[in-house]
Design a protein around this ligand. Structure first.
Ligand SMILES: C[S@@+](CC[C@H](N)C(=O)[O-])C[C@H]1O[C@@H](n2cnc3c(N)ncnc32)[C@H](O)[C@@H]1O
Length: 366
């Protein structure tokens, strides 16, 4: 067990995260043998670009420690749902942490919550849900793919989460979620969420709750919203989480100059003290507008106000200047940044819904 409660020292049976670099993170199971592709038991030795690691040697090592590989080193980290999402074996498309954090917040999930999920898929969201609900909560998760149900169930057991989750094999669009009137929140990640929504409402407590449907396409969102409205759900809202990475760079922009007349323009110069001490490499953000050289006059200390942030300066030195630049630190995004994973549509199930909307039956869990 290692996901269900924090501990300091690695034991046999734990899952640990081997962190070598941002792009080299692996989940390892601390056990003596693995089953090879040929079905034979083999020693659990993990191979990396920096050499091998005998996984059983981690027993007794503290989480967070640096460990030696045969040609380098890495760190062994405690497995959080966020690290698990980055390292889990993919059996399906999965939800990633930005969307997951929005789901947990918008569904108002916390310790003791009862949550229903369909489908389980690779269990990426399930792990985050299981941490959020804690030992006093309950997750009912289902999938109509039998093998995925089995693998996810085994994984939850190995991760020490078995007592707070019930995994079932069912077609949620036909049989429902298996429970009625118990859920604080329901999450759907399905190709046809509108078919499961009436069942989702049945699962929610009579005092009301929240529902979320994740869909990659806007057409699916549209149909889900129509169904939510027809079921009398309220506060229907669709959100999209888009990551935008800002890199802090020193860039140069040209100061407008006139070849024949003295410069008289009032220039707004955004500079910081530290850049003035040590101007770093220029980033060309626009090949046409940037000028190669740095104007020492513009970047002198006397052009910076006390805050070091903004100064208005009149350049009236009467001297002709060519190719004058101003250099400053700023946040720049990549022009093309892929980010779309899907749309999250949230809705509130009002109190007393079972009298007005919940007409679908559900096949009870065994
Ligand atoms: C994209 S995956 C879910 C991934 C999951 N959210 C995660 O983060 O790992 C969708 C899953 O829904 C299951 N599924 C699709 N239609 C279903 C249905 N009608 N009933 C139950 N499961 C269904 C699929 O088998 C698949 O495993």
């Amino acid at each position: 067990m290692s996901f269900s409660g924090f501990k300091e020292v690695i034991e046999e049976g734990d899952t640990v995260i081997l962190y070598i670099s941002v792009s080299q993170i692996y989940a390892l199971e601390v056990k003596p043998k693995l089953i090879s592709k040929l079905g034979q038991p083999v020693d659990n030795v993990f191979q990396t670009k920096y050499g091998s690691l005998r996984v059983m040697d981690l027993v007794g090592v503290k989480f967070g420690s640096r460990v030696n590989l045969s040609r380098g080193w890495g760190h062994v980290l405690y497995p959080t749902p966020e690290l698990w999402t980055l390292t889990l074996p993919h059996r399906t498309q999965i939800l990633y942490t930005p969307d997951i954090s929005m789901v947990l917040t918008q569904l108002e999930i916390g310790p003791g919550s009862v949550v229903c999920e369909a489908g389980t898929g690779s269990g990426s969201l399930s792990h985050a849900l299981l941490r959020a609900i804690g030992p006093s909560g309950k997750l009912y998760t289902c999938d109509f793919h039998k093998e995925r149900v089995k693998v996810a169930g085994d994984e939850f057991e190995r991760h020490g989460l078995g007592d707070r989750v019930c995994v079932s094999h069912r077609d949620v669009c036909v049989e429902g979620l298996g429970v009625s009137g118990v859920a604080d929140a329901v999450f759907l990640d399905l190709p046809k969420p509108w078919e499961a929504l009436p069942h989702a409402v049945v699962a929610v407590k009579d005092s009301g709750g929240r529902i979320c449907s994740f869909s990659p396409c806007i057409e699916q969102v549209s149909r889900a919203c129509e169904m939510m409205a027809s079921l009398g759900l309220q506060e229907i809202t669709t959100l999209e989480c888009l990551a935008r990475e800002f890199q802090v760079k020193t860039i140069s922009l040209p100061v407008i100059s006139n070849d024949t007349k003295p410069i008289t323009e009032l220039q707004k110069v955004k500079v910081k003290d530290d850049e003035l001490q040590e101007p770093s490499k220029k980033l060309k953000i626009d090949e046409d507008s940037l000028v190669e050289s740095c104007n020492k006059d513009v970047l002198s200390d006397e052009n910076v106000d006390d805050s070091g942030v903004l100064q208005e300066r009149a350049v009236q030195n009467g001297v002709q200047q060519k190719n004058a630049d101003v250099r400053f630190r700023t946040g720049i995004t990549h022009l093309k940044m892929p980010g779309h994973t899907g749309f999250l549509t949230f809705a509130t199930v009002p109190p007393g819904h079972s009298r007005s909307t919940g007409n679908s039956a559900t096949t009870p869990l065994p």
